[in-house]
Write a protein that binds this ligand. Structure first.
Ligand code: IPD
Ligand code: CA
Ligand code: CA
Length: 254
């Protein structure tokens, strides 16, 4: 199953790489900060068709097009066709395709693909996490010797002040931070040890479902920002880290 999902996602990556005239194919969803391109829709339709052909009994939750309501039990694909749409529109070349397959609410497979770097992150529950087929693991660095990344929860602007407060507290305890604009890849950076921790006050399941399995399979830790497991049906704040830094939030004002 994982191999087949990977091959479908790799194929979808070609659409992202071949994108052109993106500006004229971009539309506002709710505001100038909330964009969708014709490529987001095309990639989601492609994934819906191919993934459901692979597992016809599965439900499908994609960011762009609402489908029938999801049953609580059974298999569900959770898909972000382009995570980092604002980067994509601006030619910043940091965006990814994210696909998770859940069963009865637990993520069984997670795939995140950065077509620009040709980096395929994949994980199967209990089977480890991989980058282009090689095993990956989280770093062992304490935050004092490392960096964290964060997102600004831009669709929930009321979270900006708490985001800045938490950023300041973590910055004081670390070397530096980044805001790179694609949450699925931010989670993969933690999973493969490039970054020690990540947080964002509000994300959707399609942003974090695949990445959360990558982190746990890579030996890291992921939770809701206020603690507790990440929900797979509604949005949530997200905290992700290597093992050394997992409890650092308990010392901070979140
Ligand atoms: C967004 C990106 C961004 C994060 C936002 C997400 P989208 O996803 O992951 O980094 O800060 O909260 O919504 O809209 O580009 O798929
Ligand atoms: Ca996203
Ligand atoms: Ca998206």
């Amino acid at each position: 199953m994982l191999k087949q999902i990977i091959s479908i996602v790799r194929e979808a990556g070609k659409t992202v790489l071949s994108a052109h005239d993106i500006g004229s194919r971009t539309h506002e969803k709710t505001s100038a900060a909330d964009l969708v391109t014709e490529y987001d829709v095309a990639v989601e339709r492609f994934l819906r068709e191919k993934l459901l052909a692979l597992l016809p009994e599965a439900a499908f939750l994609g960011e762009e097009e609402a489908g029938p309501p999801r049953p609580e039990q059974g298999w569900t694909f959770i898909v972000d066709p382009i995570d980092g749409t604002a980067n994509f529109v601006r030619g910043l070349r940091r965006s990814a395709i994210s696909v998770a397959l859940t069963r009865n609410g637990a993520v069984e497979y997670g795939v995140v693909y950065d077509p620009y770097k040709d980096e395929m992150f994949s994980a199967g529950r209990g089977a480890g996490a991989f980058l282009n087929g090689g095993p990956i693991c989280v770093s062992e660095k304490p935050l004092a010797e490392g960096i964290f990344s964060m997102g600004t929860a831009l669709y929930r602007r009321e979270y900006f002040a708490p985001t800045m407060r938490l950023t300041e507290q973590l910055f004081e305890r670390s070397c530096d931070f980044r805001r790179m604009g694609a949450a699925a890849l931010d989670l993969c950076d933690v999973a493969c040890g490039r970054v020690e921790a990540f947080f964002e006050y509000s994300l959707f399941p399609w942003d974090y479902a695949a990445g959360s399995l990558l982190i746990t399979e890579a030996g890291g830790f992921v939770s809701a920002l206020e603690g507790g497991p990440l929900p797979i049906v509604q949005r949530s704040g997200v905290w992700a880290s290597n093992r050394v830094n997992r409890d650092i939030l308990s010392e901070l004002e979140v």
